[in-house]
Design a protein around this ligand. Structure first.
Ligand code: ATP
Ligand code: MG
Length: 244
């Protein structure tokens, strides 16, 4: 494949007459971790969800692996093996851990039994805690365990692109670190391509190869994680004495 795995050009998306994305360009190459940072309400979650067609873009294009997926329904996008762990980690609270993981595997329509078993082992290697809690209902897991399950479920669909919306939100620092370490491991060992939306700009930019800063529905800055971390305006707005 030539060119980026995911390419977004001039994306406009709105809720009623509130324009949440005002012409966004963003690229993710295969094998990259890309961080998207920005203040509350900047449009980060909207960007991630627009890839799944909700909200449906009003203008611009989204291309995945050379296919135009702009406005394509969610289940078609999932079939291209794009997976997400949405904001607020929407696991199924009444289902057990095992059933939640099975739901992820079901999204990978062509996976055989052997692949499913290998996928489970991969998830357990990353998050051993999930193996110990297989029969526990999702809703009774701790916040950190629910995040592990949300990521594990997304991984069970064998994604080519994994999109994570605020995976560290509300987690104790030690648990957040485990989540970031797991993402790094997936990228290094399996070459998984990742888009991570984070309020924790410091962690996200250390993890990511490249980052984008979103302000009010527009990308205002982009660069390598290290470049962005060093920029005084980023330090002032997102790192020092800010929200972290
Ligand atoms: N379902 C919705 N209906 C109407 N407006 C919405 C809806 N979802 C988001 N918005 C608005 O769109 C804008 C962008 O929201 P979005 O959730 O994408 O921001 P965000 O960058 O993810 O913020 P946060 O860091 O708080 O999660 C905000 O002004 C928000 O109020
Ligand atoms: Mg959000």
């Amino acid at each position: 494949m030539s060119g980026p795995l995911l390419s977004i050009r001039g994306l406009v998306a709105a809720y009623g007459n509130i324009e949440a994305l005002k012409g966004v360009d963003l690229d993710i190459s295969a094998g990259e971790i890309v961080a998207l940072i920005g203040a509350n309400g900047a449009g980060k979650s909207t960007l991630m969800m627009s890839v799944f067609g909700r909200p449906r873009p009003r203008a611009g294009t989204i291309t995945f692996d050379g296919h135009d997926i702009t406005g394509v329904p969610t289940h078609h996008v999932a079939r291209l093996r794009i997976a997400q762990s949405p904001e607020g980690r929407r696991i199924f609270p009444r289902m057990t851990v095992a059933e939640n993981l099975q739901m992820g595997a079901d999204a990978a329509a062509h996976a055989g039994e052997a692949e499913r078993a290998a996928g489970l082992e991969r998830v357990f290697a990353l998050f051993p805690r999930l193996r110990e809690r297989l029969t526990q209902r999702g809703g009774t897991l701790s916040g950190g365990e629910q995040q592990m399950l949300a990521i594990g479920r997304a991984l069970m669909s064998r994604p080519r692109l994994l999109m994570l919306d605020e995976p560290s939100l509300g987690l104790a620092p030690l648990i957040a670190r485990q989540i970031f370490d797991a993402i790094r491991t997936l990228n290094r060992q399996d070459g998984l391509t990742v888009l991570i939306v984070e309020q924790n700009a410091n962690h996200a930019l250390r993890l990511a190869h490249r980052g984008y800063v979103m302000v009010n529905g527009r990308i205002t800055l982009s660069g390598s994680g290290a470049e962005l971390l060093a920029r005084p305006e980023i330090r002032a707005a997102y790192l020092e004495g800010g929200r972290h």
